[in-house]
Each structure stands twice: as C-alpha cells, then as structure tokens.
Unconditional design. Structure first.
Length: 409
C-alpha cells in the first residue's frame, strides 16, 4: 500500500472515529444529566457535570505534554479512547441503580473520562496534518467542522427523543457501543512518521514546550491573545444566558431557546460548506480571514444583543455561524502549520488549557453580569471583548497576515 493511500485511509479512520466519539460524548452528557436529576431532583448536582468535565480537562491539558513526550500520538489516542470505553462500561453498571449514595462514583468516573479526553483532543488535532496534504488542510478542517456541526444538530434532539422512548440506562449502553466503535477506528489508524527522539529535558521543560512555541511565534501569540478575549465573549452563548435572553429580551418561551440554538448550529454548518467550497481562497488568506471574521462578529453580537425582534434575532444567530466557522478553521490551519506533530500536540494542549480556563471564568463572570445588570449589558460586554480582539488584530495585522510554513526541522 502506497504512503498516500495509507495516509488517506488512516484519515478516514480518524474521521469516523471522531464522529462516533462526538456522538457518544453528547448522548453521554444528556444521559448523565437525566440520571442525576432523577436521583436527586437537584439542579446543583446536575451543574456539577459540566463543572467536573471542565476541571478534569483543564488538569489533563496541563499534564498532557508529559504523556505526549513519551508515547506515539496514535498510541495515546487509541489507549485514551479505549480507557474512556472501559470507564463508560463501568458507568453503565453503576448508573443502572443510581442513587444519592452512588453519586460520588458517578462523579469520579466523569472526572476520569474527561481526564482521558483531555489527552485525546490535542493529539487528534495534531494528527490531521500528517494524514492529509498541506494544500488540503483548510478543506479537511472544514470537512471535520461540518461533521461536528451535523453531530451537534442531530445528537441533542435524537438524544432527547431516545431518552423519552428508551430511558437513560439504555442510552448509556448505546453510548458505550458508540465509544467501542470509535475505539476500533482509532486502533486502525497507521502512523506515517517516526517518533521524535527524546532529549534529557526535565518534566518542567516538557510542560513548558508548547507554551514556549506559542510565545516564540508572534502569529501564534496574537491568535492566542485573541482566543482568550473571544472566549470571554463566547461566555454569552452558554445555555443559561441564552435562556434569559429569550425570556427577557425577546419575551418568548422555551421553544425559541431551541430555535436560537438550532439556528446558530445551522449557520455553522452552512458556513463550513461555504468554506469547503472556497477552501483554496481561504488557504491563501488565513490571516485576513481571522481579521475580517472578528470584525463581523462585533457587528453581529451587537445586533443580536440589542434587538427585541425574535425573527431578526433568529436570522442574526444564523449569520453568527459563518464568521465563527471561518475564523475557527483559519486559526486551526495556522496552528497546524506551526510545528511537527509531536510538538504540535503540545501546542494544542497549551492552547486548550488557555481556552478551558478562560471559558470557565467567562461563564461565571457573564452569569454574574446577567444577574446583576441584565442580559443586554452582558451582550454589550461580549461586543467589547470582540472589539478589543479586533484592535489586537489591527495593531498586529502585518504579522497576522504573514503566510506561515510548516516547520519540520
């Protein structure tokens, strides 16, 4: 089998494995929230699910470079997905007879599963440049993003329907099957590169390596600062704040909450399709795509936060998906060109840690602002964060627009 065919086949295995893993992840969350609510009737206990997910992923992201430095990327991905599958099997047995006394075991399993996922995410993104030609990175990233959006669009409603028809325990077993399929595909991936030689670095040097690459590259440094600012802005799109927005700003009920969410993901999906169609144009203008997408997000966020017209809010929510998707894909492509696979995984690990920390803090701050000053002030605050991000891009646009060549030295 030629190297090209092997790489293409391995990418398809990675793609399929990611689809099954993403499907399983969403059904898993739907199931857990239902199980915990049935056992306790407490919203606080339900809120601990995303809290433990975030904390575990944050810790995992910080420690991931130590694992990345010792093992092949494909091995990390395969073993972490295998570990998640085994842990979910244990959760199926524990969840079958859930009660308040068993909640501690459920939360422990949630933490372990999220911890393993914190290793898998940066590795998965770092593998992609090795499995496709560099000229096809934008098209590949848009294809993966389209898949993610389709999964998001279908999983939540399907999960809710299955929850009513089959019950949470049966959905847990379905999730286990999806994880198992994902594990099989991950093991079928074949690596097409050699393991990097290990030096005599200390653990601290290894932990700092991804951060150092970000700091030394002015382009990555600019993008990371913009990521932090925009992640703070994205705190307004969490479910709780959107629920208040629909109720207070639009004077609509829960159904419009679903419409707004569906419209946003629909916009992301169509944005991904457009980028896939015009991938060569985006490929030649990655920095400009980030620059102008950020400007458009300022306008859209301001319009969304100040309107009282439900149908206009729905339309603006749909439009938001286009620049968001374009910016995300352009950023991903620039990052993937920044380093070799093993080092790239460490860059993704550092970047993921920044985003998890910023989003966790943003959710708390934006929630407090909404409760204290109202939801419109929250969206004006988000607009301000996008504006500051755009100013950063404008000041550094000469560096942002520089075409980056993948460094494999």
């Amino acid at each position: 089998m030629s190297n090209f065919v092997r790489k293409e086949t391995s990418f398809r295995f990675l793609w399929c494995g990611q689809i099954f893993a993403n499907l399983g992840d969403i059904l898993y969350v739907v199931c857990l929230i239902k199980l915990i609510f049935d056992a306790t009737g407490s919203v606080t206990y339900m809120a601990l699910v995303p809290f433990f997910n975030t904390i575990s992923s944050l810790i995992s992201g910080l420690l991931a470079p130590l694992i990345i430095n010792k093992f092949k990327l494909k091995s990390i991905l395969s073993y972490s997905q295998t570990g998640k599958t085994v842990l979910l099997l244990l959760l199926c047995f524990v969840g079958a007879t859930v009660g308040e006394g068993r909640l501690v075991w459920i939360y422990l399993l949630i933490c372990f599963i999220s911890f393993l996922d914190g290793w898998a995410s940066p590795v998965r993104n770092a593998l992609i440049p090795s499995l496709v030609d560099e000229s096809k990175l934008v098209k590949t990233n848009s294809l993966l993003s389209i898949s993610d959006q389709i999964v998001q669009l279908i999983s939540w409603p399907i999960g809710s329907i299955l929850l009513v028809l089959s019950g949470s325990t049966n959905i847990l077993w379905l999730t286990f099957l999806l994880f198992l399929l994902s594990t099989v595909f991950m093991w079928l991936i074949r690596e097409g590169w050699k393991q990097l030689p290990h030096g005599n670095e200390s653990n601290m040097d290894v932990l700092k390596e991804g951060w150092a690459i970000i700091w030394k590259s002015i382009q990555l440094r600019i993008i990371s600062l913009m990521n932090i600012l925009e992640t703070f802005a994205n705190g307004v799109w969490i479910a709780a704040i959107l629920f208040v927005y629909v109720s207070e700003a639009l004077n609509k009920g829960e159904s419009w909450w679903g419409f707004i969410n569906g419209s946003f993901f629909g916009g992301m999906l169509f944005g991904g399709l457009l980028i896939y169609r015009f991938s060569s144009l985006i490929e030649r203008n990655l920095g400009k795509t980030i620059f102008w997408s950020t400007f458009i997000l300022i306008v859209i966020t301001f319009l969304f936060g100040t309107t009282s017209i439900p149908w206009f809010a729905l339309f603006v929510s749909f439009l938001f998906g286009f620049p968001q998707m374009a910016r995300d894909i352009a950023e991903t492509t620039i990052i993937q060109k920044s380093a070799r696979e093993q080092l790239l995984a460490k860059v993704y690990s550092a970047r993921g840690t920044l985003i998890f920390a910023a989003f966790g803090l943003s959710s708390l701050v934006m929630g407090w602002i909404t409760e204290k000053f109202g939801v419109r002030v929250t969206f004006l605050m988000a607009t301000s964060f996008y504006l500051v991000s755009f100013i950063v891009a404008f000041i550094n646009k000469s560096a942002l627009f520089v075409e980056i060549k993948k460094n494999r030295d």
